[in-house]
Design a protein around this ligand. Structure first.
Ligand code: TXA
Ligand code: MG
Length: 334
């Protein structure tokens, strides 16, 4: 199979993508967050292909993507008033809701759990595809397991090559990091993954705080459950987060050790490094994050230094991804 990246999103391309999905094949498609690796969510064999292609453990659930106005009751057994309020406020958009699964949702989608993740993306090409498919499209981010998520069609092609029949090119993703995930199956909403839709924005709609499990457990002084995989979204090159005031000195130490250094910082260092300018504002930073990690990762450098970002709520989604990227990155040489 030869991979086609299709830049012109005509009705014929959408029809081709729908035909591939109906035939149990995988299609790369754009969303406003990151590119997805889509399969027919009602077809366990097709969903299994996602796990094979990604090299992902099969007990990890995948998000089901629905067109605006699709019948949620086909996928979720119950939609609480709070879940409905979040859908009304943030769909279509970068918010995934974890809901009780409806009977018939394949175990391959839910990872065998009693819940299902649903999301209605705002990207117009994703919506065209979902409307034409008229069903749920199961899609994780279109990257190999643990690696940096793709924010352009060519990133998807780099990850999968000919293992994928079609990638629809919808341009660079506007949000740039994965959707916010909220579990609304319990007696209080739980933030499973921070994202562009902030905890504060969720809390304003619900009229009560939306916290992570760790925050809830800390408040109740419960023993901690183990969190999600710490390492994720990671480049292969070693990666360090360095405070602004320590950056110049760290660069000098690495250059003195004859290392090739990449730097992503707000101000250009006065040193011989491969530098990209980092946005000073979290929305623009998130949008650029994965593409910049990929770009620096491809330059054959020994180490990447990222200027540490502010430690406040506005940066929490970015800081979550940066923390995981550091853990999963290549070994530090010095
Ligand atoms: O922005 C996004 O969410 C992108 C685009 C393509 O929509 N998708 C994405 O999928 O990031 P993925 O598979 O890379 O991340 C989905 C996360 C995983 O950590 C998975 O464990 C969690 O969502 N998830 C999915 N269904 C779940 C469920 N039923 N319960 C708990 N977590 C779930
Ligand atoms: Mg992912």
């Amino acid at each position: 199979m030869t991979l086609a990246i299709v830049h012109e999103v005509s009705p014929a391309v959408i029809a081709q993508a729908v035909a591939l999905l109906k035939a149990g094949q995988l299609v790369g498609f754009p969303t406003e967050t990151v590119y997805g690796l889509g399969a027919d969510a009602s077809d366990p064999v097709a969903v299994a292909r996602i796990f094979n292609a990604k090299g992902r453990p099969s007990d990890h659930p995948v998000i089901v993507h629905l067109a605006p106005g699709a019948d949620v009751s086909l996928w979720a057994a119950r939609v609480s008033a709070e879940a409905q309020a979040l859908m009304d406020a943030f769909w279509p958009g970068p918010l995934t809701l974890i809901l009780p699964r409806a009977p018939g949702v394949p175990d391959a989608v839910t990872g065998g759990q009693e819940t299902v993740g649903l999301r209605c993306p705002s990207h117009p090409v994703a919506q065209q595809l979902l409307r034409a498919f008229a069903g749920g499209v199961a899609a994780p981010s279109a990257n190999k397991f643990g690696r940096v998520s793709p924010t352009t069609a060519s990133h998807v092609a780099e990850e999968f090559g000919d293992a994928l029949a079609l990638v629809i090119d919808g341009g660079p993703c506007e949000v740039g990091i994965e959707s916010t995930i909220v579990d609304v199956t319990g007696d209080q909403p739980v933030l499973l993954r921070p994202g562009h839709v902030s905890a504060e924005a969720l809390g304003r709609v619900l009229g009560r705080a939306v916290r992570t499990r760790a925050q809830i457990e800390a408040a109740r002084a419960l023993p901690r459950v183990s969190g999600a995989l710490a390492a994720h979204y990671a480049p292969r090159t070693a990666l360090e987060l360095v405070a602004t005031e320590a950056l110049a000195q760290r660069i000098q130490a690495l250059l003195a050790a004859n290392l090739k250094v990449g730097v992503w910082s707000t101000a250009q260092p006065a040193a011989d490094v491969s530098w990209r300018q980092a946005p000073a504002e979290p929305v623009a930073y998130a949008q650029a994050l994965y593409a910049t990690l990929r770009l620096l990762d491809a330059q054959g450098l020994d180490i990447l230094l990222l200027e540490a970002t502010p430690d406040n709520d506005a940066w929490s989604a970015v800081n979550d991804r940066l923390g995981r990227a550091v853990v999963g990155s290549g070994p530090t040489t010095v």
